[in-house]
Design a protein around this ligand. Structure first.
Ligand code: MG
Length: 157
C-alpha cells in the first residue's frame, strides 16, 4: 500500500467556470488557470502521482504546454489513472477537502463523489469530499481563491 497527498490553490476571477471535482459549480467567478483549473481534481492528480512516485502534475502536464490549454480536470485525471495503472497500482480510496468561502458546495458533493469514483473505477463509498469555508480569513476567505487537499491510497496489483 502507498499513500499520496495532494494540494492545489487557484485564484478566482470573473467570467471563468468554477470546476470542482469534474463538476461545474454555478458561481460568478471561476479558477484562473491555463487548464480548466479544477482545484480538487488537480490536488487528486498530485496525490495519485505522489503515491506512485511519479512526480507531480507539472511534470506530466506542464502549465505552459499548449497541449494542456483549457484541458479539463477529467481529461488529466483519466491520463493520470493510466500512469498509475502502468506502474502496477490500483487506487483503493480517496479522501479530500475543498476550502471555498462561497457558494456552499453541499448540493454538489454527491455528484462530485460519483464522477470521481467513476473516473477512478471506485465505488462512491471509497471517494469522499468534504467542504469547508475559511471563516473569512485570507484570500480564500475573501472569495478570491479556492484550495483543495486530497489523500489517496494505492495498492500494488
Ligand atoms: Mg491547479
Amino acid at each position: 500500500m502507498r499513500i499520496g497527498l495532494g494540494y492545489d490553490l487557484h485564484r478566482l476571477t470573473e467570467g471563468r467556470p468554477l470546476m470542482i471535482g469534474c463538476v461545474l459549480v454555478p458561481h460568478t467567478k471561476g479558477e484562473e488557470a491555463h487548464s480548466d483549473g479544477d482545484v480538487l481534481t488537480h490536488a487528486l492528480i498530485d496525490a495519485l502521482l505522489g503515491a506512485a512516485g511519479e512526480g507531480d502534475i507539472g511534470t506530466h502536464f506542464p502549465p505552459g504546454d499548449p497541449a494542456w490549454k483549457n484541458a479539463s480536470g477529467e481529461k488529466l485525471l483519466k491520463l493520470t489513472a493510466g500512469v498509475i495503472a502502468r506502474k502496477g497500482y490500483a487506487c483503493r480510496q480517496v479522501d479530500s477537502v475543498v476550502i471555498l468561502q462561497e457558494p456552499k458546495l453541499q448540493p454538489y458533493i454527491s455528484v462530485m463523489r460519483n464522477r470521481l469514483a467513476e473516473l477512478l473505477d471506485l465505488s462512491r463509498e471509497d471517494v469522499t469530499v468534504k467542504a469547508k469555508t475559511k471563516e473569512g480569513c485570507g484570500e480564500v476567505g475573501s472569495g478570491n481563491a479556492v484550495e483543495a487537499y486530497a489523500l489517496v491510497l494505492l495498492e500494488k496489483k
